[in-house]
Ligand binder design. Structure first.
Ligand code: SIN
Length: 274
């Protein structure tokens, strides 16, 4: 097995490994790489749904996603699908999966089944690197702040986005819950500090004037939006990507109109964040 850094701020590529036949030692090395790099891109896997689920269970209990259509017969597997005649993709903006939950999913494991001939890359951003690069005054300003996250504007029945995504999203009636998390979290496993707000699901900074809250969030988003904190993953069918939702953002690019893109995602349960 070969593990190589994918970019300075985030990600590692893993080659020459079959995740269906991992020794405990190899699994421990992959787990350490996940904590060190925030995202993993494991090449050349051939997985049945059962093998995808079995690999996910080595990381923890599976978090059943309530808003994505699941693969038939496999409630654990959320489908990330865009057909050639569909305009909108899923995840086409910077976000962190499940940040609207009280105990957000710790990680997401995405397996690529069909990838368009060109385009369809996913961008990842590293939240620890972005936090470390902030100036001391901003670090001080945000150190004790909390932010509210929610999902009604994405998955709720009145969401224009949900309507455009159509039957690929389900359970609109279950959307609407919100959760408050620190703006700067201490990673529950590594202890590293990282930014934990995202354009997809963060609604506001708690106890702050709305205009000031919008300005501060925009300032943080502009900072994280710098290329130096990013990695661009060019998918191949058979890639298995896994990212740490406590340490990353991601953004699925929608630049492959007229082509099919189909991936399967499993999310792993997490803990409350502090
Ligand atoms: C997602 O947001 O989980 C989807 C990412 C992707 O399709 O690359």
């Amino acid at each position: 097995m070969r593990i190589a850094k994918a970019s300075e701020a985030i990600g590692a590529t893993i080659e020459d490994v079959d995740v269906t036949r991992l020794s405990d030692q190899d699994f421990a090395a992959i787990r350490q790489a996940f904590l060190d790099h925030g995202a993993l891109f494991i090449r050349d896997q051939t997985l049945t749904p059962e093998e995808h689920i079995a690999f996910a269970r080595r990381w923890g209990a599976i978090d059943l996603n309530r808003f994505f259509q699941h693969r038939e017969g496999y409630p654990e597997i959320a489908e990330v699908l865009k057909e050639p005649d569909q305009q909108l993709n899923i995840g086409g903006g910077w976000h962190t999966d499940h940040s609207y939950d009280l105990a957000p999913a710790m990680g997401s494991i995405l397996y690529a089944l069909e990838i368009p001939p060109v385009g369809g890359d996913t961008l990842f951003a590293g939240m620890a690197a972005a936090y470390e690069a902030l100036d001391d005054e901003t670090k001080q300003r945000i150190s004790a702040l909390k932010a509210r996250h929610g999902n009604a504007h994405v998955f709720g029945k009145d969401s224009k986005y949900r309507k455009a995504v159509g039957e690929r999203y389900t359970n609109a009636d279950q959307a609407g819950q919100t959760a408050v998390h620190p703006v700067v979290l201490t990673h529950p496993e590594t202890g590293a500090r990282g930014l934990y707000v995202n354009p997809g699901f963060t609604l506001e900074i708690v106890d702050m004037d709305p205009q000031e809250s919008r300005a501060l969030l925009q300032q943080l988003y502009d900072h994280i939006g710098q290329d130096r904190f990013h990695h661009r993953h060019k998918w191949r069918a058979g890639d298995l990507a896994m990212w740490d939702n406590r340490a990353t953002w991601h953004y699925a690019l929608n630049d492959y109109q007229g082509h099919r893109r189909y991936l399967n995602r499993i999310t792993i349960e997490g803990v409350a964040l502090h």
